[in-house]
Design a protein around this ligand. Structure first.
Ligand SMILES: Nc1nc2c(c(=O)[nH]1)N[C@H]1C(S)=C(S)[C@@H](COP(=O)(O)O)O[C@H]1N2
Ligand SMILES: [Mo]
Length: 502
């Protein structure tokens, strides 16, 4: 007697659920936002034409997202059952279909904005479990005789175990995910006194479309870290130890920081691994507590020249003590762009130091500050060949005209950004086709710790052209033409774009 269609549908369903539950648990374990089902739902949203989405939202109102997620889940269950039917004829084909489904999941996950690479893991784990469980159950379902035999009983036992196992994994995922949900909730509930909303300073923009906006939204702020999953730390569980070569070591809680005076500043952060003209630079409005005040209170010993910062996930950086005490706006930041720090950018507390690359200063999820000497430790990136000190290099960038652009000849506006935080920019110059330097117009508001917009009007003839930019700092330094790769202490050279005009 042949086993029924229902048994094969059930087999597909159970295999499907077990992989889904595994994937869900892996996502929550890694503190990743979303899970395979919500990610596919979001892919559907991204792929839905605007008009269709609008009428759908009009039809179902604000319940559109829960409905969509439910819809995706139901569709998946039907697909799982269908895969079971296909497996009746060939297990390989069933496994193949699960792999196809996995690829869809992978596309859904990786096509998210700034998708974490770690997001691949839950998808792969899910597909592996799909293949294993499907092969196991299908194998048992095929053994003859089946009905009222030990073989049948064996299948029922396995199927039951898979069902219960999936449920347990799913519940565990929900429990593990509770950590991130709780931190998200605690973060949303925070009301930070003394934190103001950012308003771009008057005159900070030259008003040329195509230049990166003065303020980078937190969502579009570049992100660099070594963690597979960002630490999820509730403010009540956070503390910071300041110790080492000091008279009075302290341990500060989040409330201790809240009780202190707030400092706020526009600070542009950039990554040492940014290439000339590259995107690893962003500008935000930071609110926090000044580090020079804190270091004064703990009483730093003579002879100390470094601060070793350690994050919750064990990453370390070495910051010159002088950069934290020379009066610049070095701070323990609590807020970014007027909101508590996003978890990915260091919630609840991170360090921001104008004028230093992130890898030597901008410790996210900071938990430990040890006043010490550079001689006595080697920080994370220093032990991997990057320079011990990382002052930001004088640099500039062309945002318009775009590289490879095709524009109309005549009077053409070009523009972009220049920066050397903690020093400041005094001039920007552009050069068309290697002949002479022409001064650019700078934005009226010039803050030394933030990037500065510039624009220039070029007289462009038809044909192919090269445009270069260089900046002059407030120290009188002229940006070098010498090209250097990012390693070991930051890229240099003039940003150059080529374009044609007709
Ligand atoms: N805990 C932790 N902090 C870190 C890093 C990290 O890997 N772990 N990377 C640093 C580097 S190299 C940079 S450029 C900045 C980037 O900060 P952002 O992700 O908020 O832009 O964070 C710094 N702080
Ligand atoms: Mo960096």
């Amino acid at each position: 007697m042949r086993t029924s269609r229902w048994a094969w549908a059930l087999t597909g369903l159970l295999a499907g659920l077990s992989g889904l539950a595994t994937s869900y648990l892996a996502s929550t374990w890694l503190n990743l936002r979303g899970n395979p089902v919500t990610q596919v739902a979001e892919l559907v949203i991204r792929l839905t034409p605007g008009k269709v989405a609008e009428s759908a939202i009009q039809a179902v109102g604000h319940k559109d997202k829960p409905l969509l997620v439910t819809g995706v889940l139901v569709a998946l269950l039907l697909i799982f059952a269908g895969i079971g039917q296909v497996t009746r004829r060939s297990t390989d084909r069933g496994v193949g279909l699960f792999i196809v489904l996995g690829v869809v999941g992978l596309i859904a996950q990786q096509s998210q904005y700034e998708a974490p690479v770690a997001g691949i893991l839950p998808v792969v784990a899910g597909v592996v479990v799909w293949a294993l469980v499907l092969s196991l159950l299908a194998g048992q379902l095929r053994v003859r005789p089946f009905v009222e035999s030990d073989n049948g009983r064996r299948y029922v036992l396995s199927a039951g175990a898979v069902g219960v196992g999936s449920l347990v994994l799913g519940l565990l995922g929900w429990k593990v995910g509770g950590r991130l949900r709780a931190v998200d909730q605690a973060r949303s509930a925070l009301k930070l006194t003394g934190v103001t909303s950012p308003t771009a300073p008057a005159g900070s923009s030259v008003g040329l479309a195509g230049i990166a906006p003065w303020q980078t939204s937190s969502r579009h702020f570049y992100r660099i870290d070594t963690t597979l999953s960002p630490p999820a730390i509730a403010p009540k569980d956070w503390s910071l130890r300041i110790h080492g070569m000091v008279d009075h070591p302290v341990t500060l809680t989040y409330d201790d920081l809240l009780a202190r005076e707030r400092t706020e500043a526009w600070v542009t952060l950039n990554c040492v691994s940014n290439t000339v003209g590259g995107p690893l630079i962003s500008n935000a409005w930071w609110s926090g507590v000044r580090l020079d005040d804190l270091l004064k209170e703990v009483g730093v010993h003579a002879g100390a020249d470094a601060v070793k910062q350690t994050s919750d996930d064990g990453w370390t950086c070495g910051t010159p003590l002088s950069a934290l005490t020379d009066g610049r706006d070095a701070m323990l930041a609590l807020a970014m762009n007027g909101e508590p720090l996003p978890i990915e950018h260091g919630f609840p507390v991170r360090t921001v130091v104008p004028g230093l690359y992130g890898y030597v200063s901008a410790c996210k999820w900071v938990r430990d500050i040890e006043v010490t000497t550079f001689d006595s430790f080697t920080a994370y990136w220093t032990s991997r060949g990057w320079s011990e000190k990382g002052p930001v290099k004088l640099a500039s960038r062309i945002d318009v005209v775009g590289d490879g652009g095709d524009i109309k000849a005549g009077s053409v506006k070009a523009g972009g950004l220049a920066w050397q935080q903690d020093v400041g920019i005094s001039a920007v110059q552009v050069q068309l086709d290697g002949t002479g330097w022409q001064p650019a117009t700078l934005a009226k508001k010039n803050l030394k710790d933030a990037w500065l917009q510039w624009e220039a009007t070029l007289d462009v003839s038809p044909g192919h052209h090269l445009l270069r930019v260089r900046a002059v700092s407030d120290d009188g330094e002229v940006q070098t033409s010498v090209q250097a790769a990012p390693a070991p202490n930051g890229a240099s050279g003039w940003h150059t774009v080529s374009f044609s005009a007709s």
